[in-house]
Design a binder for this molecule. Structure first.
Ligand code: ZN
Length: 279
């Protein structure tokens, strides 16, 4: 039997109108820092509907074989700051889909940073960081529509997971923002490679993040690579999965050489391992 919806999807895809059918969605975890997969039941349209969460457009992919009787599934990044006591709202025009999230207790981590300026930045450093944040934010809020959805990722680097995503952090005993990525420790110079196809949309040497690259994978999915000793790409480069990005280093606010890897959906940093199969 012909699956007409898939056939239609393929036809529209060839016209560049909708994201491709999801091969494997990221793992769902309806917690702060996780991902919600919301079936958009009752929405019957040939083109991917436009959905928003917390003011940001969210990824919507065609469901495989009418999962939950829905043609489309929203892939929603949930911020670490989300309040589990509140209903979360996804909006499609005047329509609202609500979902709840469970609380998650992330562990605390106490780090000693030798460069005190990285813990108590002076006004000059703060001004620099503000400019850099704006540059990075512009990359995180991008919306592009490549032919494929990068719904699964490989690890960008083999190494020890030295700091998990979501840790509540204290630098030199002072509370700071929770850990918005996964740290992978490896010797300086180790090769970091693209975990999925993407475009290079930010390259910089930043105060906290050191040598940094941001990739845009499309539909609000971006990933960031920090603290590198060397950068192997330039703005606008189109990378395939496995292409080199740069080398492990210890630039910016670090206690040793490692890669800080962030993955962002709808301008929300989520646990990168939700995209990695068999991690
Ligand atoms: Zn980190």
């Amino acid at each position: 039997m012909i699956n007409w919806r898939n056939a239609l999807g393929t036809a529209l895809l060839s016209l560049g109108l909708i994201p491709s059918l999801a091969q494997a969605l990221p793992e769902e975890a309806r917690i702060p820092g996780g991902i919600a997969l919301i079936p958009l039941t009752g929405i019957h349209s040939d083109l991917a509907p436009i959905a928003h969460y917390a003011g940001q457009r969210v990824m919507v992919v065609a469901s495989k074989e009418s999962t939950d009787n829905a043609d489309w599934i929203a892939v929603v990044g949930i911020p670490l700051s989300a309040n589990p006591a509140e209903a979360q709202a996804l909006t499609l025009g005047s329509q609202t889909f609500t979902f709840s999230i469970a609380p998650k207790e992330y562990e605390s981590q106490y780090l000693t940073v030798p460069n005190k300026r990285h813990v108590d930045p002076d006004p000059e450093a703060l001004a620099r960081w503000k400019r850099e944040s704006a540059e990075m934010n512009a990359a995180f809020v991008r919306w592009s529509a490549p032919d494929q959805v990068a719904d699964r990722m490989a690890l960008p680097l083999e190494g020890r997971f030295s700091s998990a995503f979501g840790l509540r952090r204290f630098f030199n005993e002072q509370p700071r923002k929770p850990h918005s990525g996964l740290d992978i420790a490896a010797p300086t110079g180790s090769l970091i490679s693209a975990p999925a196809a993407g475009e290079v949309v930010a390259v910089g040497n930043y105060f906290f993040n050191g040598n940094t690259v941001i990739l845009d994978h499309g539909f609000g999915l971006t990933s960031m690579y920090c603290h590198m000793s060397a950068i192997d790409v330039a703005m606008g480069d189109q990378l395939n999965a496995g292409d080199p990005i740069g080398r492990v280093g210890a630039t910016g606010r670090v206690t040793g050489p490692h890669l800080h890897w962030s993955v962002s959906l709808n301008n929300t940093r989520v646990d990168p391992l939700l995209f990695v199969e068999g991690k």
